[in-house]
Design a protein around this ligand. Structure first.
Ligand SMILES: [Zn+2]
Ligand SMILES: [Zn+2]
Length: 275
C-alpha cells in the first residue's frame, strides 16, 4: 500500500458543543468527526458538526457516494451534524450507519430521534440516500471487504458507547473517544489498541482538572500517553478537546504532551495523517 492509501482526516475535534470563534481558530470548534479514507473506501467516525464540511467536500465532484459511518454513541456532540450531511440527501448515495442499540431504543430509533418533527423539519427516512442501519456491540469483529476489518470495544461513559479499530494490510487506526480511564490501565483497551499506528484518544481533561470530573466519562492527555506507551502503539492524537479550551491553552497542552511523547499531536480541523 502506498503511504497515501490510508488517510485520516479530521473534520471536528471538539467535545460537547461546537465553539466557533476567535479563540478556537487554530484547533477548530466543530464537534467530533473523523474521515478515514482507504483508497476508494470511505469511513467516517462520528457525525458531530464537523461532518457538515466533510459532506460539502464529498459532493463537490458530483460522483455517487458510498460509505460506512461508525457512531461511538448518540450523545448530541456525536450525531448533531448528521441532519446537515448533504450526501445523505442525495438519491443514489448509499451509507451504512453503525452503532449501538440501548435497552430503551434501537440504534436507528436513536438516530431518528434527533430528527423527529419536534426538533427538525425533515425526518431521517426522508433524507434521500439509502441508509442501512447496522447494530454493533462491544467485542465485534467485522470484515468490511478490500482487506479492511473493524473491531469494537465498550467505552466507560455514561450510557456506554463504542471505540473502534480499523485495520488494513498491517496498518491500523483506533478511534477511542468518550471514555474514562480507570485507576489502573485498562488491559482490555490496551490489547485493543496494541501495536496500532494511530490512537485518537479522548483527552477532554487534564490530570489537574480530572478530580473535579470523575464519572463524566472522559479521560486526560496524560492517561492517553500511558495507554499508548503501554500498548506499544506508535502515535497518539489528542482528541475531543474541551469546549472551554482556547487555542493558547491547547498549544500549551500539546507542548507538554510532546515533551513526554514526541510523536504526539493535538487534533485540529483539516489535519491529515497518512499511515
Ligand atoms: Zn462527546
Ligand atoms: Zn458522550
Amino acid at each position: 500500500m502506498a503511504k497515501t492509501d490510508f488517510q485520516v482526516i479530521f473534520w471536528g475535534v471538539r467535545g460537547s458543543i461546537p465553539v466557533p470563534g476567535p479563540d478556537t481558530l487554530k484547533y477548530g470548534g466543530n464537534t467530533s468527526c473523523v474521515q478515514v479514507q482507504i483508497r476508494k473506501r470511505l469511513f467516517i467516525f462520528d457525525a458531530g458538526s464537523g461532518i457538515y464540511s466533510l459532506g460539502r467536500e464529498l459532493i463537490k465532484n458530483g460522483e455517487k457516494l458510498s460509505g460506512d459511518i461508525f457512531i461511538t454513541h448518540t450523545h448530541w456532540d456525536h450525531i448533531q451534524g448528521f441532519p446537515f450531511f448533504s450526501p445523505a440527501f442525495i438519491k443514489g448515495n448509499h451509507f451504512r450507519l453503525y452503532g449501538q442499540s440501548k435497552t430503551d431504543a434501537t440504534f436507528s430509533e436513536l438516530m431518528a430521534g434527533q430528527m423527529a418533527y419536534q426538533h427538525f423539519p425533515i425526518s431521517l427516512d426522508q433524507m434521500g440516500a439509502e441508509i442501512d442501519f447496522r447494530e454493533l456491540d462491544s467485542g465485534v469483529h467485522l470484515e468490511l471487504g478490500d482487506g479492511i476489518s473493524l473491531d469494537t470495544i465498550v467505552n466507560n461513559h455514561p450510557n456506554g458507547g463504542l471505540s473502534y479499530r480499523l485495520d488494513c494490510q498491517g496498518r491500523s487506526c483506533c478511534y477511542v473517544t468518550d471514555t474514562e480511564h480507570y485507576p489502573e490501565i485498562d488491559q482490555e483497551l490496551c490489547r485493543f489498541v496494541h501495536n496500532s499506528d494511530l490512537v485518537i484518544y479522548d483527552t477532554h481533561f487534564t490530570d489537574d482538572e480530572y478530580p473535579n470530573y470523575i464519572g463524566w466519562g472522559h479521560s486526560t492527555w496524560q492517561e492517553g500517553i500511558k495507554l499508548v506507551q503501554a500498548a506499544d502503539a506508535k502515535r497518539l492524537v489528542l482528541f475531543h478537546h474541551a469546549n472551554f479550551r482556547s487555542d493558547n491553552e491547547m498549544e500549551e497542552i500539546e507542548k507538554q504532551a510532546q515533551a513526554r511523547m514526541s510523536s504526539c499531536v493535538a487534533a485540529r480541523e483539516g489535519m491529515v495523517i497518512n499511515l
